[in-house]
Design a protein around this ligand. Sequence first.
Ligand SMILES: [Zn+2]
Length: 155
Amino acid sequence: MVTSTEAQLSDRREFYDRQKESQDKTCIMEKYTPGCAPAPGSWLELDEQERISLVETYHRVARIKLPNVTAHAAFHVIVENQIALNLEPVVRAMHRLRNQGLSRHDAIHAISSVVAEHLFDILKTDQNENPEASQASYYAAVERLTAAHWHKGEH
Ligand SMILES: [Zn+2]
């Protein structure tokens, strides 16, 4: 009796989640899947460490071999944050890359590569460049990003 009630409850919950997913085209936040955008509200409610560990878990469970899963996850989180915050150049880049045939996961990696280059430039130049100029150069690089550019790279 108890078990059947539990089963019914979990059926109902699954049905609700499925419905919610099809309405929002986003995922519930118990786990991270790069194939669909996390619901911005739920994603931004988590602290940075929780976001990183959700992303790490996805890559571990999927057995994706990475030199440094935490660093990889941190880049995912930076890009997901920018999408959740609706930063236009990044949102546009995501649409463009998807239209050019990249999976959402690969598009995240492509944008991550621009984030990585950008961070490297900031560290390398070691100057008190104003943050607006720095952000503008990041946005410009994201706007230039295409799937072809990504395939050509050594990623
Ligand atoms: Zn990844």
